[in-house]
Ligand binder design. Structure first.
Ligand code: NAD
Length: 443
């Protein structure tokens, strides 16, 4: 099938590469001409395991192309995916300006029947608004062409996006049209061979499913962080509690890791947008408001612990940070807990030396003041002469540490672990003061 995808970010590129890989002819469009130029030279602007090879193979086979030419891409395509960003605006509402800008281009260039698919995460009613907007624009230009809209939210996770796309637990399609059902089934058929993963819902239910899924996952994380804080005060080890509850199949082990709060480009903004939609509808989502509050508090936990250790004395203090990305296997630093920590350290008058296996170029774009931040080439060099080590991201590379060596490197023997990577007794044996999350050792 001929497919156009607006937005060449995490979702657009992964969707484009995976659909091209099963033989569709895919054109990815972006307004960022710099990005398109890089993609056409084989340089992938984001880090996602396996993506570079997948893109370049399909590009060379002529199945995947990148362009800023929306007109040509729209006119060639039968299916048009909208996969542009929907960030939070200042009030927490989803900013739909990019989505509607794409809808306008599609309206202007449409030459025959198309299915316009909202893959971006959008509030309930947006897909219908896209339809109305396209119709109104066509009427204005007296240029009426038949089309359908459809909601197809994306559930991939950064860091395992290709695996998630190709082996999705389910593919949600919101439509009320037989024709769309048939075309979308055809589009996803190669990924739907062994088990029927396609779920056809109403458009509004499909839109809400995406928000409900992220809100549920965010709730699990905040719940666990709340219990971890209680455990810390009761001198109970949350890691033992996690094992204890996770082994109950009704609860399971996924998303119950205590830590320094959820970040990334999705959970914070989707929780905000859902709260906002609810408020606008006159519904009070009490549980979700608490989920958001708990997370905001949790993101300050690491700084609060350091501040207590140092008694609020930050003069000449240098903190080593391992992990800048909001989670392992990505370079994405949007809403990352590391950012709250670094900004609080700077505000207090301290310095940071940091290491991340992948996210350092991204970090450099965000923070360029070298008097406040040194990015270190290696994990081990990063702790040299620091006053404390803080772990913000659970990269595999941080899981094995020679604690005796670490004690020698640090000026004061303080380790604050935002991801509970180590056994407290083992770290303490080396003479280090170890502060994790909910492990009965509050500062
Ligand atoms: P992103 O910021 O990585 O990429 C968005 C891209 O859209 C950018 O390259 C931008 O230049 C481009 N763009 C903006 N306006 C455009 C326009 N008018 N025409 C063409 N391109 C335009 O965003 P993302 O992380 O890929 O997220 C996209 C959507 O998917 C969001 O709604 C997000 O909530 C949702 N989503 C994201 C993830 C994720 O893990 N990143 C997972 C599931 C769903």
């Amino acid at each position: 099938m001929n497919i156009a995808i607006f937005g060449s970010g995490y979702v657009g590129l992964v969707t484009g590469a995976c659909l091209a890989d099963v033989g569709h002819k895919v054109s990815c469009i972006d307004i960022d001409s710099h990005k398109i130029e890089h993609l056409n030279q084989g340089n992938i602007p984001i880090y996602e395991p396996g993506l570079e090879a997948l893109i370049n193979r399909n590009r060379q086979e002529g199945l995947l192309s990148f362009t800023t030419d929306a007109k040509q891409a729209v006119q060639r395509a039968e299916l048009i995916f909208i996969a542009v960003g929907t960030p939070s605006d200042q009030s927490g509402q989803a900013d739909l300006r990019s989505v509607f800008a794409v809808a306008d281009s599609i309206a202007d260039y449409m030459n025959n029947y198309k299915v316009v698919i909202s893959k971006s995460t959008v509030p309930v009613g947006t897909t219908e608004q896209i339809k109305q907007r396209i119709v109104a624009r066509q009427q204005h230009h007296n240029h009426l062409i038949d089309f359908d809209v459809c909601s197809n939210p994306e559930f991939l996770k950064e860091g395992s996006a290709i695996e998630d796309f190709t082996r999705a637990a389910r593919i949600i399609i919101g439509t009320d049209s037989q024709r769309v059902t048939q075309l979308m089934s055809e589009c996803y058929a190669p990924y739907n061979r062994n088990r029927n993963k396609l779920m056809f819902l109403d458009i509004r239910a499909s839109e809400l499913t995406k928000y409900a899924a992220n809100a549920m996952l965010a709730t699990k994380i905040s719940f666990m962080n709340e219990i971890a804080n209680l455990a810390e005060h009761l001198q109970a080890d949350i890691e033992q509690v996690r094992q204890g509850i996770g082994s109950d199949p009704r609860i399971g082990f996924d998303f119950i890791y205590p830590g320094c709060g959820y970040g990334g480009s999705c959970f914070p903004k989707d929780v905000s947008a859902l709260l906002n939609s609810a408020t606008l509808t006159g519904v009070n989502l009490e549980l979700l408001q608490s989920v958001q509050r708990v997370n905001e508090r949790q993101k300050h936990l690491l700084f609060d612990k350091l501040n207590q250790v140092f008694n609020g004395q930050w003069h000449n203090k240098t903190i080593a940070i391992w992990g800048l990305a909001f989670k392992p296997n990505t370079d994405d630093m949007r809403e990352a807990p590391s950012r709250i920590l670094m900004e609080a350290i700077w505000q207090a008058g301290g310095r940071v030396q940091a290491f991340d296996p992948i996210a350092m170029p991204e970090c450099k774009k965000l923070y360029s003041d070298e008097s406040k931040l040194t990015l270190c080439e290696q994990r081990d060099a990063c702790v040299d002469n620091a006053d404390a080590l803080v772990i913000c991201t659970e990269w595999k590379a941080f899981r094995t540490v020679d604690f005796e060596w670490l004690k020698q490197q640090l000026k004061t023997p303080v380790v604050v672990d935002g991801r509970n990577l180590f056994e407290p007794k083992r770290v303490q044996q080396a003479g280090l003061l170890y502060y994790a999350v909910g492990r009965g050792n509050s500062v």
